[in-house]
Write a protein that binds this ligand. Structure first.
Ligand SMILES: [Zn+2]
Length: 109
């Protein structure tokens, strides 16, 4: 994986009940998933779900990869946290495979 596709950020993990380092994954320029480095809890971001709550412009703005991880980035993730689907907790391997497939496509295009 290209290093630009992953970033590290300290966030509050509901599972660990404390602030711990997280890995942030991107697909293209968009925030895709956040994973706790401590307990491994991984949260995928579903744009379709977000569209039911937020305007498209807002989603694009908060999910677009910043040049650096900033406080704004943290705020965006915290804002989105209640909207993350639970699917990844039920079938993490399937979802990881899907993410990998999408990342492969991004690289080839
Ligand atoms: Zn955790």
């Amino acid at each position: 994986m290209h290093k630009d596709d992953q970033a590290k950020i300290t966030l509050f993990c509901i599972n660990c009940n404390k602030e711990v380092p997280h890995t942030v994954d991107y697909i293209g320029n968009y925030l895709r998933a956040v994973e706790c480095k401590d307990c491994g809890k991984r949260i995928e971001i579903d744009r379709r779900h977000l569209r039911t709550v937020f305007a498209e412009d807002f989603i694009n703005r908060i999910l677009t990869k910043p040049h650096r991880m900033t406080e704004d980035m943290k705020k965006a993730v915290v804002t989105l946290m209640p909207f993350f689907p639970k699917r990844l907790l039920r079938e993490p391997l399937t979802v990881l495979k899907e993410i990998y497939e999408v990342l492969k496509k991004e690289k080839n295009s």
